[in-house]
Structure formats: structure tokens, C-alpha cells
Design a binder for this molecule. Structure first.
Ligand SMILES: [Zn+2]
Length: 164
């Protein structure tokens, strides 16, 4: 690789672009696509598909306001992320780990890889265990084309398996 290519000065013809796009924005976009993959946001209050999108320029946070009932909502509503203080990017990372292997020891891996406390990691895994039909988890599962969701009524991780 040539040193010149790596050190090219900014071309004056380069299109102006925002100085920084908040990292959070990417996670919010991804969540939105997973939550409503086909036709965009649906108001959880009245079912309307007509909503205004409001983006916080500084934080990158995204909220919606229903054009019909005027109530606000977010893509986290109705998912395991609802009423959680953990940010969306971390939640999506934990969900990926969960789909890789939801076996015992997952909270420790989450703690190490996602930079949250053990208590937070444990409670996130518990939430996922309790919500096998979570829409975001289901969308991620579909995306991977992996095994179907656990059978209805089997809400918890199998604690019964033993090593040979
Ligand atoms: Zn509404």
C-alpha cells in the first residue's frame, strides 16, 4: 500500500458530510429495520402506520410520534429492551451472543464482551430467556436462517443438559 494513498489531503470537491454521526444512530437504524422490516413503524397504541420520525442530532436517539393518536413511541417498545437502561447497540450485541450460544456462562461472556456489570448481563440474559418470541430476537434469528424458535411453553433455557 502506498503511503501517498493513506495521506491524501481532503479534496475540496469532496461532498460535505456531517462531522460525526453518533454511533448510537447506526444501532437505532438497525433496530428499526429489525423491528419493522417491511413497511416501517407501527404505532403500538392505535396501530397506525403513519408516524413522524424524530432524531436527536446530538445523541442519535430515534423516537416516533403517531400522526393519528399523537402518542410517542420507540422501536424498543414491545421488545425485551423496553424500560431498559442499556443502550440499543449493547442489546443487539448481547442478542447476537445469545443466538450463538445461550448456554450457562453466557452472563459472564456478556459481561466481558459487552462491558456491562455481571448483574446487568445476568438480567439481560434473563429477559431474553423469558421472551423467546421477542420480535427483534426473532428477526435476528430469521436473518441467520437458524433453528426455529423454542416450542411454545418452553420459555427458559434448558438447564437440564449435562456434559457427557
Ligand atoms: Zn397511534
Amino acid at each position: 500500500m502506498s503511503a501517498a494513498a493513506a495521506r491524501l489531503p481532503d479534496s475540496p470537491a469532496a461532498p460535505p458530510r456531517p462531522r460525526t454521526r453518533p454511533a448510537r444512530r447506526d444501532a437505532e437504524d438497525r433496530l428499526e429495520a429489525l423491528r419493522w422490516p417491511r413497511r416501517g413503524p407501527v404505532c403500538p397504541h392505535c396501530g397506525s402506520r403513519h408516524a413522524y420520525r424524530m432524531v436527536c442530532v446530538r445523541s442519535g436517539g430515534v423516537r416516533f410520534k403517531c400522526a393519528r393518536c399523537r402518542k410517542p413511541f420507540s422501536a424498543r417498545r414491545g421488545t425485551v429492551m423496553e424500560r431498559s437502561n442499556v443502550d440499543t447497540a449493547t442489546w443487539l450485541r448481547v442478542m447476537a451472543l445469545y443466538l450463538d450460544d445461550s448456554g450457562r456462562g453466557l452472563p459472564v461472556r456478556v459481561q466481558k464482551l459487552c462491558g456491562v456489570s455481571y448483574k446487568t448481563a445476568w438480567s439481560m440474559v434473563r429477559r431474553l430467556d423469558a421472551a423467546p418470541d421477542d420480535p427483534v430476537l426473532a428477526a435476528l434469528r430469521r436473518e441467520r436462517g437458524s433453528a426455529p424458535a423454542p416450542a411454545p411453553g418452553c420459555a427458559s433455557r434448558p438447564f437440564h443438559h449435562r456434559l457427557p
